[in-house]
Every structure is written in structure tokens, then in C-alpha cells.
Design a protein around this ligand. Sequence first.
Ligand SMILES: Nc1ncnc2c1ncn2[C@@H]1O[C@H](COP(=O)(O)OP(=O)(O)OP(=O)(O)O)[C@@H](O)[C@H]1O
Ligand SMILES: [Mg+2]
Length: 300
Amino acid sequence: MEEAVVTNELTKVYANGVQALKKVSLSIRRGELFTLLGPNGAGKTTFLRIISTQLMPTSGEAFVFGYNVVDEPERVRKRIAVVPQDAATYGILTPWEYAYFFARLRDMSSEKAKVAAERALKAVGLWRFRNRPCSTLSGGERKRAIIASALASEADIFMLDEPTSGLDAVARRAVWAVLREMVKEGKTILLTTHIMEEAEMVSDRLAIINKGEVVKVGSPEEIKKMRKERFRVVINGEFMVDSNFDFVKLGDRLIVYTKNEDEALSLVKKVLKSGGRAETAPITLEDVFVKLVGGYNENS
Ligand SMILES: Nc1ncnc2c1ncn2[C@@H]1O[C@H](COP(=O)(O)OP(=O)(O)OP(=O)(O)O)[C@@H](O)[C@H]1O
Ligand SMILES: [Mg+2]
């Protein structure tokens, strides 16, 4: 089978009536890094908890490597490694114990577990802290110990719920590097994030999810192409923009979207001539995301 995860109209209504997932149908291919990108409350954790057999769906189906998550949870659990969003460490355990014992729990031999633990701890940059109790580590370091324990397990699919939240830029990039390395080795990765740059940098494909619904699925490039404008110009200070342009006002700043680079450069020139400041760059995933998902609306 080509797919690692398949869901058919997966729906979750919590006991309090919140519709966290509304008929979500997704398929995640083997060997790809797939990201669920969505704002707070979109349903990312709910999706992950259902397909990792921790939460029952209300209706619809979900399969991991062909196994139904409701009917065959044991088979699913053998193939997955999960980093939950709210994972906390036990203070007395060390990163080494985390990585090593998690590998051992997976029936790995002691020798193999040692190799896997060393590799995982080096990958997340915790090797030199491996024998310090987690209670003496910073928040980001603890998070990395949890990621290392998942990496050491050698599962076929890794499900990571916002693994880089709370990490600094360097640590975040180190995690991205590990994830891409794992993809190179043929692993499947399902990631959730609300960080656009992360989704754009690491994903093979991503699904934009909002209010429990999938808004769009595709590679970062495919999703970016959904906006007809290819460039944006950021203008500082007052400037009257031609009404043909799509633009967003951020206080005393203006983001103007243009069809192409020529149009962007001529706009920059105009602004500079009028004494203002402006710069241009190709659009990012964020520009498309904001257009698709829209702004805050407390009434919706
Ligand atoms: N145990 C629960 N009981 C009732 N409602 C819940 C429960 N867990 C989550 N929700 C609600 O379900 C919706 C989806 O929550 P979920 O945690 O899946 O979002 P998320 O995309 O992971 O958000 P975040 O980025 O903040 O982690 C939200 O409206 C949330 O308030
Ligand atoms: Mg979440």
C-alpha cells in the first residue's frame, strides 16, 4: 500500500458539543513529511490523537498502514512513535534514560537501543547533557529529550504535535534537519505546526486546516501558486495604493501584492520617489494562508 495514513470523513464532536473535526479526508503517503498547518483550535491535536489511537472518533474512519485505528489499535501502536503537544518529562530521568528506555520498550536489544539512543541524542543536540536529570534542563532541552525518545524508537511513522514549540531558532533548525534526514531514510512523518516558515521549509506536502476542516492540500509550492500574485511589497509610511492591488494594512505598514517582480519593482521605485521606504520579496506560504484562513472573527 502506498499510503501510510488514510482518513475518510473523520469527524470528532467532543462531549461539550465542540465540532473539532468535520469530515476530514486525508491521505499521507509513505516516506513523505506531511504537515497539518492550522491556527489554534483548528483540530490538529484532535486529528493526531485519533490516528495515534488515543481518542475515539465520533464518525468516519482512519487507517494507519492499512490498520483501522479503532478496530486494531495494538497493531497501529507498534508502528508509530508519538510526541504529544503537552508531553512533560519526569524530572529524575536523564535524556539518556529517556532515549534508551523508550527504545528498550520497543523490544530493541540492549546493544541496538544504545546505538539508537546515542544517535537520537546527538541528532537533537543533547549528547553532552545526556546524564543530567531532566529537572536540571531548560524547557527547550526537555522538549528535545522527548523528541529524542521518539526518534530512538525506530518506528515507521512519527507523529509530532508541534515538536518545535518553545525551541530557539538553532534548535528548531536542528529538529528540521533530523526530520528531513529521517525522510531520506524512508520514514513517514506527520507534523503539526502553526508556524508557516516551518511548514514551508520541511514539508513535502501539507494540509491547511481551519475550524476542523481541511481548506487545502498540496506541496508548499502548489499552495503558494493558489494566489495569483507572486510578489509582495512592504511599504513603510503613508502611501496611496492603486485600488487594483490587493493589499493589507498593518498600522503604519502596508503589504501590497503584485502579479510579478516587474510590477513589484516599479511600485518600490514609486514609493522611494515619494520619499517612503519599501522592499519586495516573493510571497510566502503565510501570504496564502492568511488569504485562505482569514483574520480573527469571534462570531464565527
Ligand atoms: N477534551 C476536549 N473537550 C472539549 N473540547 C476540546 C477538547 N480538546 C479540544 N477541544 C476543542 O476542539 C477544538 C480543536 O482543538 P485541538 O486541540 O484539536 O486544536 P489544535 O489545532 O491542536 O490547536 P493548538 O494549535 O492550539 O494546539 C478546539 O475548539 C478546542 O477548544
Ligand atoms: Mg494542538
